[in-house]
Design a protein around this ligand. Structure first.
Ligand code: AP5
Length: 194
């Protein structure tokens, strides 16, 4: 299975991706986690990444593609992946499509976690208080949500036209969301295989 997980900050992409990966025996690849690792390890590109992430802006496509290339191609050759946080723009989706096509592994399913703004802000600020994640502040979360509306929401139309797009109500408790996600993915898998 090759799955793209799309949703605003705080919608539960990371939380659900862990469960999906375990249930379907596929790799969990998080663009945000990979980028934060470069920052933590102070790699050559880590300093540049840090500035974008701290502001809540999108990291330039070239850097993101470089960071993702290896894990995505390894997972494509194995059982597949759930990609959490990528693509985030139509341009990234087009680049990903070309890379996947070259690997003979075009992405088939996009899953959107739908959660209202007030709940997103509540979750992210709660995590910020707990973990001190640098971009989980009131000012930065408002900007991250705006970046989602401006750059990422258009992806939903893009995938609705091209691939199988599933929308799941992510505003329910974690286990309920996970159950809906699994049922929907199994249904789509059956359709694709049949
Ligand atoms: P990224 O790490 O992808 O962050 P994000 O999209 O802002 O998402 P979050 O991690 O805030 O939330 P999530 O949807 O994963 O939810 P989670 O499960 O963690 O990106 C960070 C930055 O990296 C970006 O701003 C950008 O700078 C850069 N970046 C990343 N990818 C990029 C790309 N492709 N291109 C360019 N730049 C990129 O849950 C959030 C909280 O809610 C947790 O505390 C969790 O416990 C809780 N929670 C989850 N589900 C529920 C539930 N159902 N009920 C109650 N609480 C819940």
């Amino acid at each position: 299975m090759r799955l793209l997980l799309i949703g605003p900050p705080g919608s539960g992409k990371g939380t659900q991706a862990v469960r999906i990966a375990e249930h379907f025996g596929i790799a969990h690849i998080s663009s945000g986690d990979l980028l934060r690792r470069h920052v933590a390890e102070e790699t050559a590109i880590g300093r540049t990444i840090k500035e974008y992430v701290a502001r809540g802006d999108l990291v330039p496509d070239g850097i993101v593609m470089d960071v993702l290339r290896k894990p995505v191609s390894a997972a494509s050759q194995a059982n597949g992946y759930v990609l959490d946080g990528f693509p985030r723009t139509v341009e990234q989706a087009e680049a990903a499509y070309l890379v996947a096509k070259a690997l003979g592994a075009s992405v088939r399913i996009a899953l959107y976690l739908d959660v209202g703004r007030d709940e997103l802000i509540r979750r992210v600020l709660a995590r910020g208080r707990e973990t001190g994640r640098a971009d989980d502040t009131e000012e930065v979360i408002n900007h991250r949500l705006q970046v989602f509306e401006d750059h990422t929401r258009p992806l939903l139309d893009y995938y609705a036209e091209r691939e199988e797009l599933i929308t799941v109500n992510g505003a329910r408790p974690v286990d309920e969301v996970a159950w809906s996600v699994t049922v929907q993915l199994q249904r789509v898998q059956r359709q694709l295989n049949g």
